[in-house]
Design a binder for this molecule. Structure first.
Ligand code: DAH
Length: 341
């Protein structure tokens, strides 16, 4: 019997040595010490042993059990250490490798220009007003003294959503909405999206405008030029000058077209300004008395000035962009050129 125990011990020794992973070792442990393991089975043989030998046999089996359990725990420690070492080696991070760069977004050129315009006028006391993009015919046209047959109302230009509902074609709508609700003095700037059925290198069906309105006692065309002179210095450069040319808009009287000295050649004449030295940047004028009256403002007591500019146009001149569509294509290479960080 002793021989059998000795063989079992030797078997346990070789097999634990041969186990190469903690998982194999666990299976092996069950094979020797588990419920139906070989050593447990020895205990069951007890009943076949003569009573006087039982106690010494029991002791031998217990010693064996202890010794085998010891073998397992020693081997288990060795294998655990080995596995941990392997895992650490496998998961090691090479801290000398260059990191993955996080790409940062940048401000869209149209927003850069919009922010500059806002900051120029905010500095002169203007408040921001943002009106709705879906407008009634009244706010978009009638109140602004644009009669039914005016070309700006042509179905080809304006997106009609219903009989009297349009996608606003100009931010001048903001003038009416403000004047209806606020008594003079008024000084507002109204930036926002506008829509026209037009699509080529210099027109987009959706683009941005910025409307300006001042209403107070004694406001004149001179005030308009003074304001615009300040504004062009912020958006272009300190040397930029303005020039007013007579024009026509139904909502202003007199009306003017405003030019700036060419930002590329500074007035000498180049391809950008078609040799004239001047570039047209916006429409403006003295608010038509009819518009003031439409909004409940006494035109004998108050007068106003208004101007409206296209953000894309300003950005195209400022940055030398020759196709308006590039602003809306979201080509990162194009947009990154305006990243000033
Ligand atoms: N609303 C005009 C347009 O979209 C621009 C404009 C011209 C606005 C003259 C004005 C103005 O306030 O006085 O073409």
């Amino acid at each position: 019997m002793n021989e059998k125990l000795k063989l079992l011990l030797e078997k346990a020794q070789t097999e634990t040595e041969n186990a190469l992973s903690t998982r194999d070792l666990q299976d092996l442990k069950a094979k020797f010490l588990g419920k139906s393991g070989e050593i447990t089975a020895l205990m069951k043989e007890m009943r076949n042993i003569p009573p006087e030998e039982r106690s010494s046999f029991g002791k031998l089996v217990n010693d064996l059990k202890e010794e085998v359990a010891n073998l397992f725990s020693i081997r288990e420690k060795t294998l655990k250490d080995k596995e941990l070492k392997e895992q650490l080696e496998k998961e090691a991070v090479d801290i000398t490798l260059p990191g993955t760069k996080q790409k940062m977004g940048s401000i869209h050129p149209l927003n850069i220009v919009k922010n500059e315009i806002i900051s120029a006028f905010a500095g002169m006391g203007f408040e921001i007003f943002e009106g709705p993009e879906i407008e009634t015919d009244y706010y978009c046209f009638q109140a602004l003294n644009i009669p039914k047959d005016h070309p700006a109302r042509d179905m080809q230009d304006t997106f009609y959503i219903g009989n009297d509902i349009v996608l606003r074609s100009q931010t001048s709508t903001g003038q009416v909405r403000v004047m209806e609700n606020k008594k003079p003095p008024i000084k507002i700037l109204s930036p926002g999206r506008v829509y026209r059925a037009d699509d080529d290198a210099s027109h987009s069906p959706m683009f941005h405008q910025c409307e300006g309105l001042v209403v107070d006692k004694g406001v004149s065309l001179c005030d308009l030029q003074g304001l615009l002179n300040e504004f062009v210095k912020v958006v272009f450069d300190k040397e930029t000058k303005t020039r007013l040319r007579p024009s026509y808009f139904p909502f202003t009287e007199p009306s003017v077209e405003v030019d700036v000295t060419c930002s590329k050649c500074h007035g000498k004449g180049c391809s950008l300004c078609k040799g004239t030295g001047w570039i047209e940047i916006l429409g403006a004028g003295v608010v038509n008395k009819k518009v003031l009256e439409n909004c409940g403002i006494d035109s004998n007591e108050y007068s106003g000035l208004a101007f409206g500019l296209g953000l894309e146009r300003i950005a195209m001149i400022k940055y030398g962009v020759n196709d308006i569509r590039t602003f809306f294509e979201n080509n990162v290479k194009f947009l990154k050129q305006f990243d000033r960080r």
